[in-house]
Design a protein around this ligand. Structure first.
Ligand code: MGD
Ligand code: MGD
Ligand code: SF4
Ligand code: MO
Length: 764
């Protein structure tokens, strides 16, 4: 489909050579350009001076950690962080006039980029069942309408409450509390689409779903793997940390089908040599892996380590660590030796020497860290792949010691915190018991729906009310046509949002826009000015406090919206002081202290400079697994070959977008300008498929259910990607990802492994 309509491949498309380095002076220029286009010099000044500072605004971009308080620069942000913060701080406003002018159908014809560029939402709006326009509604009426709809459901499980990782700890804690007091665990979140596979694999093998490393560990590692992530675009300040690690002598191995600019070279705009020099080489070794080949790669390296130990007993493996901290080694060791090299080479597309050289690097290193992101988690074999990464770390005792460990690099700034706060459809009984003890109600125990099952539930009529706390559910999820139909079948959809997006234009019969304060804005309640807290990818919890005047006087904070909705819906059923929570967020934190381990004296500790680092038991050598030890696992896999004439498509981010929201049509580092409807293909594949450079094609995905999924009108761009692997941007290609194409065990959509054919399309 052409979704959203009017997004033709743009005649302005130009393609230049991909960049071989990231950041530098152009990054600063682009950040300022975008920021100043959104708002005034003084607001840009305010946001940029307080971003990521102690007592400042936590960057609303990614979850990369801040350096410790004494080590922060005055400009502790990256190009993209500046764009993200000023995208929120924009001076543009959407008022009720806007919705009078544009019907919902009109808006649905507009691109994602256009919708976002209209500015901040300023007042609550409702779309009634018989109307194609949003119209103003007061807060009490809007929340009363939603509460009435919730109370009228036959079962609480007919509602689902989605959370995106921008939401603060306080709001997330209240949202899950409300959903559970209402009676459902239907709490899908963006984590279901993001690091769910990591969570499952790490919890099973290490007993915690979180990463084990800190920034200090990165600085002091000998060897760092960057697997399936594009730090130059998605976690730019990771490059500063890698620069420091390299300065201290670390080597870096990048594993990726694409030679991403940030993996190759980094020019730190805050250092003189980054401005005038050639910058720092990041990857010492680049393994250009085939899509989905990472499990085979780590198995290959593990086999080499075991065999090297056979030759030099006692010199390769960390037997002390294995003996005292792990279980399942013997079985793993037998299994690892049965994996055939020809399968490993076919799956990875690498030469055996490349894998051997990487294994040699490993054997020369005392402290190894593996970082990974969506290139690992959004595949069918994602959970076994992360388990195999754990095997790899365990073999040489690269856990529970400084400079080593597992580093799943998280996406949204508070996605990890939202999980810690209980936003998960399957929280363990220990957490639910804690809620019961603290609040005196019996939380439901049956697991709720995740994102994929929420779509199935809406599609099949089991879920009728959808409430989204931040995010853009219809664009973030797979199978866009199926998902859009599912959303439209709801009796009511409501979104707590800062900016307009597709989830407001593809909506239920009744739809509500509940506009919220953003992180940049001052939040004043009856007891005074409030702050909220977030947790980064390295388990550091700290405060964030807005500085700007709110975009409109009508906005409510996320906390206030949830408290008022809960009060109206629950009619005092559970003994929860929603009014007091709304007035004083410290009272919410007191309750968090009582319910969630690691948060004792939360209010007192979190205001210290740098905040709290949550303990990770793995770093104390404690593993809460079924054997109370770290588990070695045996991970079988099937080769997934694309049929002849097909490619494996990965759907990824451009440099100039924040998830579902493009900021411009450019992707500077990859040399794409003026259009996002492009598909990057290896030149050899183009000629094998008899396609020309710049040819117009439709992408058609192949899945066993007989449905044709088609994304129309993409230009081919010859690109140095691994053979057999194509790449195109998300969310335009989500239409191609079948809802049932999910990772084993974690149920995470396989956004990086979509089998497609490229069909030549007629030029208009
Ligand atoms: N500017 C910006 N920053 C962001 C975001 C954003 O949209 N814009 N989003 C945030 C969020 S929520 C997230 S989750 C993170 C995402 O951060 P990333 O995971 O870096 O995001 P993607 O763009 O999905 O890129 C995936 C990378 O994996 C590689 N890859 C794809 N398939 C494979 C494979 O099979 N094996 C290997 N080894 N590599 C593979 C791709 O080539 C690409 O480099 O970024 C966060 N930061
Ligand atoms: N094909 C494909 N699909 C993917 C992915 C992929 O790699 N490929 N990646 C997946 C991943 S990793 C993720 S995390 C999801 C992202 O999915 P989401 O988190 O659902 O999407 P976002 O685009 O981050 O949501 C943007 C919207 O959030 C709202 N918002 C922003 N800030 C705030 C705030 O402070 N408060 C409130 N209330 N609202 C706010 C704005 O209205 C904005 O329009 O997408 C997933 N989908
Ligand atoms: S690296 Fe991430 S958190 Fe840091 S400034 Fe950039 S976008 Fe923000
Ligand atoms: Mo994400």
């Amino acid at each position: 489909m052409k979704n959203p309509a009017s997004e033709e491949p743009d005649e302005r498309l130009t393609v230049t050579k991909p960049k071989e380095w990231a950041a530098g002076v152009p990054a600063v220029t682009h950040a300022l350009e975008y920021s100043l286009d959104q708002t005034s010099v003084s607001r840009v000044g305010t946001t940029l001076l307080s971003i990521n500072q102690v007592n400042g605004i936590d960057c609303p971009g990614c979850a990369w950690a801040d350096p410790s308080p004494g080590h922060r620069q005055l400009n502790e942000y990256c190009e993209n962080g500046a764009k993200h913060i000023n995208d929120e701080a924009t001076s543009r406003r959407i008022t009720s006039d806007f919705f009078r002018r544009y019907s919902v159908s009109d808006l649905n014809q507009r691109s994602d980029l256009w919708l976002n560029q209209q500015g901040r939402l300023t007042e609550p709006m409702v779309k009634r069942p018989d109307s194609d326009h949003y119209e103003p509604i007061s807060w009490p009426d809007a929340l009363g309408l939603l509460a009435g709809e919730l109370k009228g459901l036959d079962s609480p499980d007919e509602a689902a409450f989605y959370t995106s990782g921008r939401v603060s700890n306080e709001a997330a804690f209240l949202l899950q509390l409300f959903a559970r007091a209402f009676g459902t665990n239907n709490l899908p979140d963006c984590s279901n689409l993001c690091h769910e596979s990591s969570g499952f694999a790490l919890a099973e093998t290490l007993g915690t779903g979180k990463g084990t490393v800190s920034l200090e560990d990165i600085y002091h590692a000998d060897l760092i793997f960057l697997v399936g992530q594009n730090p130059g675009t998605n976690h730019p300040r990771q490059l500063s940390a890698l620069e420091e690690a390299k300065h201290n002598g670390a080597r870096v191995i990048a594993v990726n089908p694409l030679p991403e600019a940030g993996l190759m070279r980094f020019k730190n705009p805050q250092k003189p040599r980054g401005i005038v020099g050639r910058g720092v080489q990041i990857a010492d070794r680049f393994l250009q892996i085939r899509s989905g080949g990472d499990l085979a790669l780590f198995q290959g390296m593990n086999r080499l380590l075991l065999e090297a130990e056979d030759v030099r007993p006692g010199a390769v493996l960390d037997h002390d660590f294995i003996r005292s901290n792990t279980s399942g080694f013997e079985e793993f060791s037998r299994h690892a030796r049965t994996i055939a090299w020809e399968d490993i080479l076919a799956a990875t597309g690498l030469a055996r020497e490349e894998i051997e050289q990487a294994a040699d690097d490993v054997m020369r290193s005392e402290r190894v860290i593996v970082c990974w992101a969506m290139g690992v988690t959004q595949h069918r074999h994602a959970v076994p792949t992360v388990r195999e990464i754990v095997n790899f770390l365990l073999l040489r005792g690269n856990l529970s010691k400084p400079g080593a460990g597992a580093c799943p690099v998280r996406g949204h700034s508070n996605v990890q915190g939202d999980r810690t706060m209980g936003v998960w459809e399957r929280m363990p009984d220990s957490f639910l018991d804690g809620l019961r003890k603290e609040f005196g109600f019996e939380p439901p125990r049956a697991h709720g729906v995740d994102a994929v099952n929420a779509i199935r539930g809406m599609r099949d009529g089991r879920i009728k009310v959808f409430v989204g706390a931040a995010g853009n559910f219809v664009r973030a999820t797979p199978d866009s046509e199926v998902t859009e139909d599912a959303m439209r079948r709801c009796s009511l959809t409501a979104h707590i949002s800062t900016k307009l997006n597709r989830s407001h234009t593809v909506c239920g019969r009744t739809a509500l826009i509940l506009p919220a304060l953003g992180r940049t804005e001052r939040d004043i309640q009856v007891t005074g000015e409030q702050f909220v807290t977030v947790e980064d990818s390295m388990s550091e919890v700290h405060t964030t406090q807005g500085r700007l005047e709110p975009a409109s006087r009508t906005l409510l904070s996320e906390v206030a919206i949830i408290c008022r909705l809960a009060r109206l819906t629950l009619d005092g059923e559970a003994d929860i002081p929603w009014d007091q929570f709304e007035g004083d967020y410290g009272l919410i934190r007191d309750r968090i202290s009582n319910v969630i381990p690691g948060f004792q004296h939360f209010n007192r500790r979190v205001v210290r400079p740098g905040g709290i680092r949550l303990p990770n038991p793995v770093n104390e050598g404690v593993f809460h697994t079924r054997t109370e030890k770290a588990l070695f696992t045996c991970n079988a896999w099937q080769m997934s070959e694309a049929p002849e004439g097909h490619l494996v498509l990965q759907t990824l981010r451009s440099h100039d977008q924040w998830n579902t929201i493009p900021y411009t049509d450019n992707d500077r580092y990859r040399g794409i300008h003026g259009s996002r409807r492009v598909v990057l293909v290896n030149p050899q594949d183009l000629s094998r498929l008899a396609l020309a450079e710049g040819q117009l094609v439709d992408l058609v995905s192949v899945w066993g259910d007989g449905l044709e999924r088609r994304a129309e009108g993409f230009r081919t761009v010859p690109y140095p990607t691994a053979l057999g692997c194509a790449a195109a941007y998300y969310p335009e290609t989500n239409v191609l990802v079948p809802l049932d194409s999910v990772a084993e065990i974690s149920n995470q959509p396989t956004f990086k492994g979509v089998v497609v054919r490229l069909e030549p399309a007629a030029e208009e």
